[in-house]
Design a protein around this ligand. Structure first.
Ligand code: SAH
Length: 257
């Protein structure tokens, strides 16, 4: 899959994409990400990308022509036409479902706004506006990174073990079960050694080696967490028979907190 990101801060995007799972997928060639400096698509001597808003008011607006030129150049560079996304707090809210849909595109081009946003006419060249949540950021770079990361994880071969993607929170409408690693018991959760020992133990079932029990425990934890924290997810969750039964039991006899 190929991503193109249009930004006035290319270093900010490149730096973040070089680390971790996404960085490795780029190195291996499973993903291609090209970051384009919007200023390279200006024609004036000073590489101006913004201008004052018509009608007055505070702030600046990203000019349309450099963005149009960038989109033309990106579309011309490759055989398939990209799906063009504008980052915007006014867009469709990004969810795992939206990320899954976007991961089916062969190419995504993401435009990062800045200042008061982009000239409204850019919207005519955009297939979809995406918001990463109901808050306003100072630019579309962080949203672009969030989109690239959430979509990239869903592309086969990007995450080493695909089971971990299938078990992730939201993948089936359930939150993930709790995870523990060594040591099996912590004497204290405080740096102060004189503090009373908290006895922070990993649940016995996870040390039991009984895989059927572990699987059941994890299902129960995932269902009970989702019920406690995000009951809204359960309405559309794809539960199996066992999970439905767990949910029925939990709803009938809620555990004491
Ligand atoms: N005045 C605009 C906000 C501009 S914020 C408005 O109220 O709609 C500047 C840029 O940051 C936006 O153009 C967009 O690209 C990006 N941005 C800010 N918040 C965002 C969010 N929640 N999701 C996606 N992009 C966002």
């Amino acid at each position: 899959m190929r991503f193109d990101v249009v930004t006035i801060f290319p270093a900010m995007v490149e730096q973040a994409l070089s680390a971790g799972i996404v960085g490795r997928a780029i190195e291996r060639g499973t993903l291609a990400v090209r970051v384009h400096d919007l200023r390279a698509f200006t024609t004036d001597r000073h590489h101006v990308v913004d201008d004052v808003p018509y009608g007055g008011g505070p702030g600046m607006v990203l000019k349309p022509e450099p963005i149009f030129r960038a989109l033309d150049a990106i579309a011309a560079d490759g055989e398939t036409a990209p799906t063009v996304i504008l980052t915007s707090p006014q867009g469709t809210r990004l969810t795992q479902e939206v990320a899954t849909r976007l991961s089916r595109s062969a190419r995504l081009t993401i435009v990062c706004g800045r200042y008061e946003g982009v000239d409204e006419r850019v919207r005519g060249r955009v297939d979809e506006e995406i918001s990463i949540g109901d808050y306003v950021l100072s630019g579309g770079e962080l949203p672009a990174l969030v989109i690239v990361d959430s979509v990239a994880r869903l592309i086969p071969g990007v995450v080493g073990d695909e089971r971990s993607v299938a078990e992730d929170s939201f993948s089936r409408g359930l939150l993930d079960f709790p995870q523990y690693t060594r040591p099996a018991e912590l004497a204290s959760d405080r740096w102060d050694e004189s503090a009373p020992a908290a006895g922070l133990k990993v649940p016995d079932v996870l040390l039991s080696g009984n895989h059927a029990e572990i699987r059941r425990w994890r299902k129960r934890e995932a269902v009970s967490r989702t019920l406690a924290r995000r009951p809204d997810l359960l309405a559309s969750a794809a539960l199996d028979d066992e999970e439905r039964e767990i949910l029925r039991q939990l709803a009938a006899a809620p555990e004491a907190p």
